[in-house]
Design a protein around this ligand. Structure first.
Ligand SMILES: *[C@@H]1O[C@H](CO)[C@@H](O)[C@H](O)[C@H]1NC(C)=O
Ligand SMILES: *[C@@H]1O[C@H](CO)[C@@H](O)[C@H](O)[C@H]1NC(C)=O
Ligand SMILES: *[C@@H]1O[C@H](CO)[C@@H](O)[C@H](O)[C@H]1NC(C)=O
Ligand SMILES: *[C@@H]1O[C@H](CO)[C@@H](O)[C@H](O)[C@H]1NC(C)=O
Ligand SMILES: *[C@@H]1O[C@H](CO)[C@@H](O)[C@H](O)[C@H]1NC(C)=O
Ligand SMILES: *[C@@H]1O[C@H](CO)[C@@H](O)[C@H](O)[C@H]1NC(C)=O
Ligand SMILES: *[C@@H]1O[C@H](CO)[C@@H](O)[C@H](O)[C@H]1NC(C)=O
Ligand SMILES: CC(=O)N[C@H]1CO[C@H](CO)[C@@H](O)[C@@H]1O
Length: 882
């Protein structure tokens, strides 16, 4: 208490402004001291810390910089990206003395009126963070009223209005629609719509208002259902979309995009107007606005495709909620999109990730094709034919882009004439004099191979007759400039992919296997590109070619390839590493090479002769263990996957690597941060159990302890937990009675997981799917344990029988489960009866649930389920008569 009082005194003596400014000092030492002081202040006396910062933020006599920093620190003390930390922040704020909280909130609300933009902007963000904690808990009920009250005061300054609208927008972004009462929503919308009105003279206010509306749209469900209110909102948004300020127009179109996805079924009366607005913007407005206008149509496509997919699933031929907006707009929409394709820039930026108008137009055209299918072809065909031979490269590129864009959606029959006429042309165009045209041509070829090359179904642009020519073009063009070569890699990928599972048909490619592999290895080595994607594409394509090749023809060449890849992997350890960039390059390359090794191992493990794998296993393991010692989470994942494949392929032989490998496996299992690595490691445990059988026993203590720790960790990503449970089932099955010592630790975990399922909130499909996955994995874990202990230690599980039985009953009585879950559940009931036999006779006798369930299952369409059910029936009958 004493030292704490001294500390508070110290901070009061310390000038907070100076400390804040010192965190920006050029002198590292001053910076460190200041940051240390601040951290200590926050940890040791949070209430005073919050008070001091909010006072700083609200004081117009303080420098803008320190006020902004105060705002950032406040925000960070309330929220964090990391979920665990975020929860900590929330609890900490809740426990602060209400008087202090109210003081902090008061000064934040006051700061909204500050003329200093750094200050009022920070303040609105902090207000939103507090709202996100309090409003869902019914706290701070007066917030919305005071915000709106400030704003509608007759003498409210533009900056106050703007800051208030910002705050409203951020608050809506943070909370969910169920947290606000309808009258609050009405008041928010009224204020926002007023702010958007053109009589409002300040453009800053209007912009803030449109942005706030964007965040408030989800809250406006009731208002959109009321026709007159909806008309009014739409009128104001449409008017705003032709404001004179481009950033306001852009924000208005963003609202329209969001409205298109949220309120699709209410749009009909406005479509004429919306078409005109978006068409004008796409044709003539600034790029940032035009992009949003096109996005509006892409969103409508997404909605209609989703409606069509749902309808197909449920067998509904003419779903009521489908308005066919795209079909109706088609004659005007398609020309508008084609026009955007001609807007390529002369000095194109080859840096990707830049989204621009021609890319957006092409993407939208592709979505339109997916939506309306055949109807698009006659509308685009004349454009392609008319422009693909024009002297101006822009025309040729646009025509090629249009061609590639519409290949997904329309039927093969409808596309056939276009493609027959176009395919040879396209192959020739890989020699066009213009680099952009060649790049788009290579991309269009990859689309043609992706959607129109399926030798097994007899439909393919590639025939045995033209294959030699196609390959020749590929081998030539892969030497073109890096941007073209990358697209050619993509084309080769889909060319090979077409022969997946094609049996002897894939032999047509075997003839070129060696040449293609050499070309790809050379491409991966190219030094004329700073773009690491080319190297990655080359290796990924190589993988696909190996995967889809006919092993009988290519075995020897794959062995040579493996040697080459191992040599390359070995060379990566010799790289000069002088910077973090070098390090990253090295580990990226290692990841790619480990990926190739994995694909090759999988290929070999599907063939009967494992001698090749055995021959290389030592060398592979030596290299992989070196990769692990490089300590990079990204590489671990790829190498882990490959080791799983190696274990699977080598079988019991793998045991000789365990003394070295197990420590990396355990590290992988404990890698909470890179949860994918953890997940892959869990998969490898299962592979190893299968490979080693009971030779895995010496490693089980460590593995089980890591897995149980994973299960109980709140930090580990939830998606890893079901695989862990299934993996425990695998271990139990593998080690049988030796699982005994883990039972007292494992069963309570499984019970806890089952309980978690019953308490789980299911706001969306993802959560439902996750819950089913979790329950299935619990079933699998129990099944593994029961089967494992069945022969000699079945009495271990008797105490848990009734709990397991009840859990299975609870789950299997529910309607929202999927097939996989049902199967696992039915199998578990069988395993229970099979393993525990007479000990659970009474349990089975006293329940009629199993006969009901098995009756239902025996009627199922699923043969496997019927078989399982009949086995279970047999087991139960035997128990009942015992
Ligand atoms: C906008 O400016 C006009 C003329 O300057 C003024 O008459 C009007 O009241 C202003 N409107 C608002 C909402 O401030
Ligand atoms: C729709 O909104 C208007 C204006 O807010 C209101 O007067 C009317 O009663 C509402 N209609 C319905 C059916 O709720
Ligand atoms: C958009 O970017 C692509 C790829 O970088 C380029 O080919 C195209 O010309 C660009 N278009 C515009 C309008 O900038
Ligand atoms: C080719 O593109 C031009 C625009 O440059 C377009 O106006 C014309 O309609 C296209 N040609 C055909 C035959 O569609
Ligand atoms: C492709 O080029 C070859 C040789 O230059 C030519 O004979 C053939 O007609 C061209 N094909 C098409 C469809 O343009
Ligand atoms: C790669 O980048 C470096 C530095 O950014 C540049 O000097 C070099 O010319 C680039 N090489 C290629 C082939 O683009
Ligand atoms: C790696 O290369 C070195 C020579 O550079 C060789 O001695 C060693 O055997 C190679 N290791 C493996 C596992 O291939
Ligand atoms: C800037 C401003 O006037 N803020 C006021 C908004 O309203 C609340 C209470 O209604 C006042 O506390 C703020 O000072």
């Amino acid at each position: 208490m004493f030292s704490w009082a001294i500390f508070v005194l110290q901070v009061q003596l310390m000038d907070i402004t100076e400390v804040l400014l010192a965190t920006q000092s050029h002198d590292g030492q001053i910076r460190n001291v200041a940051e240390g002081n601040i951290k200590q202040f926050e940890e040791q006396s949070l209430p005073q810390f919050l008070q001091a910062l909010s006072a700083e933020l609200s004081n117009d006599n303080k420098p803008p910089v320190s006020r902004r920093l105060a705002g950032i620190l406040l925000k960070n003390s309330l929220d964090a990206n990391d979920l665990v930390r975020k929860e900590k922040c929330t609890q900490r704020w809740i426990s602060v003395d209400p008087a202090i909280k109210s003081q902090v909130k008061g000064s934040l609300l006051m700061t909204l009126g500050s003329p200093v933009s750094d200050a009022h902007r920070s303040s609105s963000q902090v207000i939103a963070k507090i709202a996100s904690i309090e409003i869902p808990l019914q706290g701070w009920p007066e917030l919305i009223v005071s915000l709106l009250g400030n704003m509608t005061k007759p003498d409210a300054s533009p900056s106050l209005k703007q800051a208030t609208l910002d705050a409203i927008g951020y608050v809506c972004e943070e909370i969910s629609p169920k947290d606000l009462e309808q009258d609050q929503v009405n008041a928010v919308l009224t204020a926002v719509v007023q702010g958007m009105n053109h009589v409002e003279n300040s453009s800053g206010v209007r912009l803030a208002a449109v942005k706030a509306l964007y965040n408030a749209l989800d809250f406006a469900e009731t208002n959109f259902q009321n026709e007159s209110e909806r008309n009014y909102i739409m009128k104001v948004v449409c008017e705003t979309a032709i404001s004179k300020e481009a950033d306001i127009r852009k924000a208005a179109f963003e609202c329209l995009v969001s409205i298109a996805s949220t309120y699709y079924d209410l749009l009909e009366p406005y479509m004429q107007t919306l078409f005109e607005l978006t068409a004008n913007a796409a044709r003539a407005d600034e790029e940032q606005v035009a992009l949003q206008a096109i996005e509006f149509w892409s969103t409508i496509c997404d909605e209609e495709v989703a409606i069509q997919e749902d309808a197909e699933e449920s067998g509904d031929v003419s779903p009521e909620c489908h308005f066919h907006f795209i079909e109706k707009a088609l004659p005007l929409l398609v020309p508008m999109l084609l026009e955007t394709l001609l807007k390529q820039e002369e000095d194109q930026d080859e840096d990707d990730g830049i989204w621009n108008i021609s890319m957006a137009g092409g993407t939208c055209l592709g979505l339109v094709a997916t939506t309306v299918k055949d109807a698009i072809v006659p509308l685009v065909m004349p454009f392609i034919e008319g422009n693909i031979t024009k002297p101006d490269w822009h025309s040729r590129e646009a025509a090629t882009f249009a061609f590639g864009s519409i290949l997904e959606g329309p039927s093969v029959e409808k596309l056939a004439p276009l493609v027959h006429a176009g395919f040879d042309f396209l192959l020739n165009a890989t020699k066009d004099q213009n680099n952009h045209v060649r790049e788009t041509t290579a991309w269009a070829l990859s689309r043609a191979f992706e959607f129109l090359h399926s030798p097994t179904s007899g439909v393919s642009v590639v025939t045995n007759a033209n294959l030699p020519h196609v390959i020749e073009i590929m081998l030539t063009s892969i030497k073109d400039s890096p941007n073209v070569a990358e697209k050619i890699c993509g084309a080769l990928y889909f060319l090979a992919h077409g022969y997946e599972n094609a049996g002897s048909m894939s032999s047509v490619l075997s003839l070129y296997f060696g040449q293609l592999v050499s070309a790809l290895l050379a491409t991966a080595d190219r030094s004329d590109s700073n773009n690491s994607r080319l190297c990655a594409s080359a290796y990924e394509t190589l993988n696909e070619i190996v995967r889809c090749s006919s092993i009988a023809d290519t075995l020897n060449m794959i062995v040579l390839l493996l040697q080459e890849i191992l040599k390359r992997l070995n060379q990566t350890f010799e790289f000069q590493i002088t910077s973090s960039e070098d390090k990253e390059k090295q580990s990226d390359l290692q990841a790619l090479l480990c990926g190739v090794v994995q694909v090759i191992l999988q290929k070999f493990s599907n063939c009967d002769d494992k001698s090749v794998i055995i021959q290389f296993a030592d060398q592979i393991m030596v290299l992989f263990l070196r990769v692990f010692s490089c300590d990079c989470s990204n590489v671990h994942e790829e190498a882990m996957l490959a080791i799983g494949a190696l274990a699977y392929a080598t079988g019991p032989e793998f045991v000789k690597y365990m003394p070295e490998f197990h420590k990396y496996l355990e590290m992988g299992l404990q890698n909470f941060g890179a949860y994918q690595v953890c997940c892959v490691s869990v998969g490898v445990v299962a592979d190893i159990c299968r490979a080693l059988d009971d030779k895995v026993l010496p490693y089980c203590d460590a593995i089980m302890s890591a897995l149980l720790k994973d299960l109980s960790s709140p930090e580990l990503h939830r998606s890893v937990k079901p695989p862990i449970l299934s993996c425990i089932g695998d271990i139990a099955l593998t080690i049988g009675e030796h699982f005994e010592k883990y039972v007292p630790y494992t069963v309570p975990m499984l019970q806890g997981a089952a309980e978690l399922c019953s308490r789980m909130d299911l706001p969306d499909d993802d959560s439902t799917e996750y819950k089913n996955e979790l329950r299935r994995s619990i079933f699998e874990a129990y099944s593994g344990i029961l089967q494992g202990v069945k022969n000699s230690k079945s009495e271990l599980m008797v105490p848990y029988a009734s709990h397991i039985f009840q859990f299975a009953e609870l789950v299997l009585r529910e309607t929202s489960r999927d097939e996989g879950l049902t199967k696992a559940g039915v199998a578990l009931v069988g395993d229970l009866a099979d393993a525990l036999g007479p000990s659970i006779k009474l349990l089975l006798k006293n329940s009629n649930f199993h006969s009901e369930l098995l009756g239902r299952c025996s009627q199922s369409d699923d043969e496997q389920l019927r078989e399982t059910a009949s086995w279970v029936q047999g087991v139960i009958s035997r128990v009942l008569v015992s």
